[in-house]
Design a binder for this molecule. Structure first.
Ligand code: BTN
Length: 232
């Protein structure tokens, strides 16, 4: 069961770092913290992790087939589904790893691998006030409190998220990626809109079979493996 083996810290640099260093952790082991001094975000960014305002945790997985891009997306799907059951809010996924609610970033995922382990790191803003959040020009950061007007307890949300995550990963291991992909595409932010990722510009169409973003450019359908999506 995900989270059965659990290391919790009041304060730590990064739960992903601890999880990466935990060599003999079993599949589903959990590392969580009340605050992080060096929470890691994608592309070398920092993840603000003030004490007891968010959920900061990493799940160690030992997948049969390692595909980090797909695992991060399926984890984002699990997070969205679980939060929808626990709150009355709706969530979208901004490729590759942002969880959005009403166009605002409420959570993020960072998957990292070492040896045969893939670490799924999740940060979720729960009770942040505006002054706790970094300023972002597009997709401003927000929290469940600011958007849902309610205090959601991490102790209550975390077990539900872990259970959903375990279930969605089982589907993935059992070959259900085609249906997971369809579910993801239904939640993907910006489908049908004109976007730019690095040099590429075109209409966002969905995901390819590897979990990469598909954009219809002047050269036809192209896949984007990494980068930040911006809207034109
Ligand atoms: C992003 O949006 O760039 C991804 C942010 C991921 C943050 C989480 S918080 C728990 C885990 N530990 C880390 O150091 N990072 C992830």
């Amino acid at each position: 069961m995900f989270g059965e083996i659990h290391r919790h810290y009041e304060e730590i640099d990064s739960t992903n770092r601890v999880a990466l260093d935990w060599n003999d952790a079993p599949h589903g082991a959990l590392v969580s913290a009340d605050s992080q001094t060096n929470g890691r975000g994608r592309l070398g960014r920092k993840w603000e992790s003030p004490s007891a305002k968010g959920l900061y945790f990493s799940v160690i997985t030992r997948p049969k087939i390692e595909n980090r891009a797909i695992m991060a997306l399926v984890a984002a799907l699990a997070l969205a589904k679980s939060l929808e059951s626990s709150t009355n809010l709706n969530f979208k996924i901004k490729w590759p790893n942002d969880l959005l609610c009403r166009g605002q970033k409420i959570g993020g995922l960072l998957c990292e691998s070492r040896d045969e382990r893939t670490i799924v790191g999740i940060g979720l803003n729960l009770t942040h006030q505006l002054e706790d959040l970094p300023t972002r020009p597009l997709f401003p950061a927000s929290s469940l409190l600011l958007l849902g007007g309610q205090q959601f307890s991490g102790d209550w949300l975390l077990p539900a998220i872990l259970q959903t995550l375990e279930g969605q990963f089982e589907r993935l291991e059992n070959g259900d990626w085609p249906r997971l992909k369809t579910e993801l595409e239904a939640r993907l932010w910006g489908v049908g809109e004109i976007v730019r990722v690095g040099e590429k510009m075109g209409i966002l169409r969905g995901l390819d079979n590897g979990g990469h973003l598909q954009i219809h450019t002047s050269n036809g359908l192209e896949s984007v493996v990494a980068g930040d999506v911006s809207w034109v």
